[in-house]
Design a protein around this ligand. Structure first.
Ligand SMILES: NC(=O)C1=CN([C@@H]2O[C@H](COP(=O)(O)OP(=O)(O)OC[C@H]3O[C@@H](n4cnc5c(N)ncnc54)[C@H](O)[C@@H]3O)[C@@H](O)[C@H]2O)C=CC1
Ligand SMILES: O=C(O)C(=O)Cc1ccc(O)cc1
Length: 365
């Protein structure tokens, strides 16, 4: 029997989910987005099997309804949907970065006999919109579910059975703990990244060369400041209680570092960096446990066309890349081309491919 999945909100996350779920057997993926342009693109890019114009009509036929909308829009949709007559066994879920207010709203759905299981794939990027959607975005990432403690186990199994086509690792966490932990590793870092960019902007008014000197480190730590501001407005306001707590801890930590600097204490400042390095180096980030890309460093000679030559070889073998950049090119040295891949397997295939065609040195991080 065909299962009907309706995805509301077809941007980076909803679009990627739709592409992944199109791989599930006997599954028809319907999609809706508020933006007419996105609905058009969803058709032309085959993001869903069918784009719908009437959400309520499509929802009535759906076995699964999943929101890929900004978290405040998700709350608004949930308010509407609780008054619709849906299929008896329909499962409603979302992909939002916050879970507390959404699970509170889910209680109202539950009172109407509807099943809501919160969801949050812990993968994404600073890019947004349907054109950034990719079928393998969630591969190897954690996909958090936040069901009510006493949720029907069969409903959770049914949702997991569908989501397994994302190739993500599905885990269960309660909503409160979810919002605390994601504040630490995701939401607060977005505020820090944005604040560093604001600080640069101010400094640049006085010293206009500053932004030109912003090198790799500044770029790495501020990449997420290029995320969709509307998405982050909603996330930070919904999780503001946790964020204020993180901010207090951060201010305290900054006072501690400031004191070390004021005291000119070389031992303490070295220890400060050493401890951070040890903790950072032991993080599971590079093994794909949280969010990862697999980088390949290729030493390339500095001649015109060398980058398109390499990407051409990869394209011939259908190896998809997620990012590409040159980290060093001076006339007297080789440049280093950093190519990022979504999976370790893609990186391995790429290494073999480049090895077949060139004698360029390669290494992985
Ligand atoms: N960006 C990321 O890396 C991640 C985002 N998330 C969550 O996924 C959800 C979607 O985020 P993205 O895909 O990144 O954003 P996005 O901006 O790429 O996509 C959001 C889509 O929702 C549509 N939309 C907005 N309001 C709507 C409404 N009322 N009804 C229907 N469609 C509406 C927009 O037109 C857009 O196509 C958010 O809740 C976010 O917190 C979760 C994991 C990662
Ligand atoms: O760009 C990045 O690295 C992210 O921060 C991705 C991300 C954004 C929001 C989430 O809720 C989860 C992951």
């Amino acid at each position: 029997m065909t299962r009907n999945v309706l995805i509301i909100g077809l941007g980076l996350i909803g679009g990627s989910l739709a592409l992944a779920l199109q791989k599930a057997p006997e599954t028809k993926v319907y999609g809706y987005d508020l933006s007419e342009k996105t609905r058009e693109l969803a058709k032309t890019l085959n993001i869903v099997h069918e784009v719908v114009e009437d959400v309520e009509e499509a929802a009535k036929k759906a076995d699964f309804i999943i929101f890929g909308t900004p978290v405040n829009a998700t709350l608004q949709w949930m308010d509407e949907l609780k008054n619709w007559s849906l299929k008896k066994n329909a499962i409603i879920s979302d992909t939002g970065s916050t879970k507390g207010l959404i699970m509170e709203k889910a209680l109202e759905l539950r009172e109407k006999g509807l099943t809501f299981i919160g969801g949050h794939p812990m993968a994404g990027s600073h890019k947004s919109g349907i054109t950034a959607a990719k079928p393998y975005l969630f591969e190897n990432a954690y996909y958090i579910l936040t069901p009510f403690d006493d949720e029907d186990g069969n409903k959770i199994i049914a949702l997991k059975e569908l989501l397994k086509y994302t190739l993500a690792k599905i885990v269960k966490i309660n909503a409160e703990e979810h919002d605390h932990m994601t504040a630490v590793v995701s939401h607060f870092p977005h505020i820090v990244a944005a604040s560093l960019v604001h600080q640069l902007d101010e400094e640049n008014k006085k010293f206009p060369m500053t932004s030109m000197l912003a090198a790799g480190g500044f770029r790495d730590i501020t990449r997420i400041a290029s995320s969709n501001p509307m998405i982050w407005r909603d996330i930070t306001l919904q999780n503001r209680k946790e964020l204020i707590g993180q901010m207090d801890a951060w201010i305290e930590e900054m006072q501690r570092v400031k004191k070390i600097l004021m005291e000119n204490d070389d031992e303490s400042i070295e220890e400060y960096f050493k401890k951070a390095k040890d903790v950072r180096d032991a993080l599971p980030i590079t093994t794909g446990a949280f969010y990862s890309t697999y980088d390949l460093y290729v030493d390339i000679p500095d001649y015109p066309g060398v980058i398109s030559e390499i990407t051409g070889y990869l394209a011939e073998e259908n190896i998809s890349i997620t990012n590409i950049r040159v980290v060093e090119t001076r006339e007297d040295v080789f440049g280093i081309l950093v190519i990022s891949f979504q999976t370790e397997k893609d990186r391995e295939k790429a290494m073999n491919c480049i090895r077949t065609h060139t004698n360029f040195e390669m290494h992985v991080s």
